[in-house]
Design a protein around this ligand. Structure first.
Ligand code: URA
Length: 238
């Protein structure tokens, strides 16, 4: 991989800035100053340092986005803006996709990555990674409704949903937290519809142990570390 591409892929600097840093003698490869940044390096074995600090190599990128309303969880679309369109230039690279979908009108935590294995593992119901949503309902959730959702339900069309975990803040039954481990189409909305409630607003708050950073404004994103990604799976089956 070219040195400048390596540095930009690790979000150290842009390719243009890399050329400047190299010229200023601030980059070393295996201890030797690199005057140019079009040289080839092996990210797995070469030691790259900028201003004396080693650049850790991470093959994949993981981005947390606070998804806004009106944007599609897709890589490309001819008619509507996608979450990929919202990414700042420094996070852009080939192969990025949203790991799992939120409806166009759903907001909150979305992970965008180029790591297909991770996405597959996170989304597989087998791995048991839960997702928690806050749902604003048109009517208060009754005790019977809660019991039904927590026991697991089967819709008239035969679709079944695994038991969910329901919680409230200050017993506010119109702003309900629901934890699920599947990711079926319109799952949360269909579950609440089954118990007679319409979801007015839906926001994803966490995936496993990874919580939405509330400092992110809708549409904003930030990089997350390999460790935070690893932690998503802590406490789960796989
Ligand atoms: N369930 C839904 O109904 N919609 C979402 O966007 C996510 C989960």
């Amino acid at each position: 991989m070219r040195l400048d591409k390596f540095l930009s892929s690790q979000n150290i600097c842009s390719r243009k800035e890399a050329a400047k840093l190299a010229k200023e003698g601030r980059i070393t490869v295996n201890g030797i100053s690199a005057a140019k940044c079009d040289i080839k390096i092996d990210p797995d074995s070469d030691i790259i340092e900028v201003d004396g600090a080693r650049v850790a190599y991470s093959k994949y990128i993981y981005i947390m986005m606070n998804k806004p309303k009106g944007v599609l969880s897709a890589s490309t679309d001819k008619n509507a803006p996608t979450v990929i369109d919202l990414l700042p230039d420094e996070f852009r690279r080939r192969g990025l996709f949203p790991a799992g979908r939120l409806d166009k009108d759903t907001t909150g935590l979305l992970i965008i990555t180029d790591d297909g294995d991770f996405a597959h593992r996170m989304l597989s119901p087998k791995s048991g990674v839960y997702k928690m949503y806050k749902a604003q309902l048109d009517l208060p959730l009754t005790d019977e409704g809660r019991k039904a959702l927590e026991s697991g339900i089967t819709l008239k069309d035969g679709t079944s949903f695994r038991p969910a975990v329901i919680s409230f803040e200050n017993d506010d039954r119109q702003n309900v937290y629901i934890r699920i481990t599947e990711g079926k189409f319109h799952e949360v909305k269909r579950m609440f519809a089954y118990v007679g409630c319409e979801v007015l607003e839906l926001e994803r708050k966490c995936i496993g142990e990874l919580f939405l950073d509330e400092a992110l404004m809708p549409g904003e994103s930030k990089l997350i570390s390999d460790l935070e990604i690893y932690n998503i799976f802590s406490g789960h089956i796989n």
